[in-house]
Write a protein that binds this ligand. Structure first.
Ligand code: ZN
Length: 235
């Protein structure tokens, strides 16, 4: 089987869709269908929110990349946030979808409740990424629709489709959001990053999650009406 020796680098907090999209551009394949076929043995012209048939890709990369690819679902998607709400059989189905190429994604609906419809980015991250590595990429935490600020810079996120050339990055630093609102999102971001990094203890995640989205609603009543965006429904 042919190895893929040019699978793109993966950057910190990079969204899975960004990795595949950059790989597609580097590959110079004419269609996304061809790229999906090479990477996942799938005939599809789309990039999903989470991988499907990752074991195919793992079998084609050199050993040094295998661990990084195995960790893609946990490091480069937001799937960890939904795992604690699944039972054992659902988790098994999810793993079979992500790694073994099963055709039904059992968390597609759930994930769409968390993830923004449009790709979002932070202008300050873009500038920093370009300065540091010469590349712009999509950050997974910018796609979480319960957050409206960047997890690093606490400035408002911009949705794709908006013109970025006309926006003055400096003006974002002095945005007019209240300190209370910014502090609320800072705490939320800390909690979400905690959840994403404690995948192995699902009961802990569940309890933490409930505490975040229970207690934190007290904040919301005082400030802007962001409750709706945080009002996840799992049942
Ligand atoms: Zn940023």
């Amino acid at each position: 089987m042919d190895k893929i020796d040019l699978f793109s680098d993966i950057y910190p907090e990079e969204d899975y869709r960004s990795i595949i999209s950059r790989h597609h551009k580097l590959s110079a394949n004419e269609t996304l269908n061809k790229t999906n076929h090479q990477l996942f043995n799938k005939n599809s012209a789309k990039i999903g929110l989470i991988p499907n048939n990752l074991n195919w890709l793992i079998s084609k990369v050199y050993d040094a990349r295998k661990v990084q690819i195995e960790n893609l679902p946990y490091k480069n998607t937001l799937v960890s946030l939904v795992i604690s709400f699944l039972n054992k059989s659902q988790i098994e189905k999810l793993k079979n979808y992500m790694f073994n190429g099963y055709t039904v994604n059992p968390v597609a609906t759930l994930l769409r409740k968390f993830i923004s419809n449009n790709i979002r980015f932070c202008l300050m991250c873009n500038a920093e990424d370009y300065d540091n590595i010469g590349v712009n990429y999509i950050h997974r935490l910018h796609q979480l629709n319960s957050l409206s600020l960047c997890y690093k810079h606490f400035v408002p996120l911009v949705e794709s489709g908006n013109s970025i050339t006309k926006v003055d990055i400096q003006s974002l630093k002095g945005n007019d959001l209240s300190l209370e609102y910014i502090n609320f999102e800072k705490n939320l971001i800390i909690d979400i990053i905690y959840l994403l990094n404690h995948l192995t203890n699902s009961e802990l995640i569940y309890n933490k999650f409930i505490s975040i989205f229970g207690i934190k609603r007290v904040y919301l009543k005082k400030g802007r009406n962001i409750q709706d965006r945080i009002n996840f429904r799992f049942y």
